[in-house]
Design a protein around this ligand. Sequence first.
Ligand SMILES: [Ca+2]
Length: 174
Amino acid sequence: MLQGVILACLVACIILQEKRFEELESEHSHLVDRVEDLTQNGSSNKVAFTAATSGAGNIGSGSTIVFPVVINNEGGGYNPDTGVFTAPRSGQYVFFVSAQGYGSDTLYVSIVHNGGAKVMTMSDGGRGKDFYDSGTNLAALNLQQGDTVWATCQSGSSYYSEGIPITTFSGFLI
Ligand SMILES: [Ca+2]
């Protein structure tokens, strides 16, 4: 009698273990597929851009600075017609702007996230005493898919650049 009970318990135990084993096998297979997907699509998950102005230009306060020269636009998030970057996917992004003032002009450029200025550069012309001052700043931002980031001229009148760009806007997903 006791042996029968023990045997029944062992059989039940084995059935449960087999069921658990099948579940783990299924989970493992799913994870292997997922890793393969991530490995194969690794390059398409990358997001990185650098864009530049094509030369010197005038810009009014409050205007979005359009950087039409695309040096890199992996992931296609940056729009060279509007200057606006739209996050192709959610994540932590780093943005950097380099703003080169023209002559003795003073220039302030901000990095804007969904319409809110987060950080700003300053290249102050020193009331006509300084020439071609530059300003830079960087922002690490937490973006949701579809969030927008761009550079705005907070204050100032004109920027400078050359054949190898000086006034630039960059960003990438980390
Ligand atoms: Ca200065």
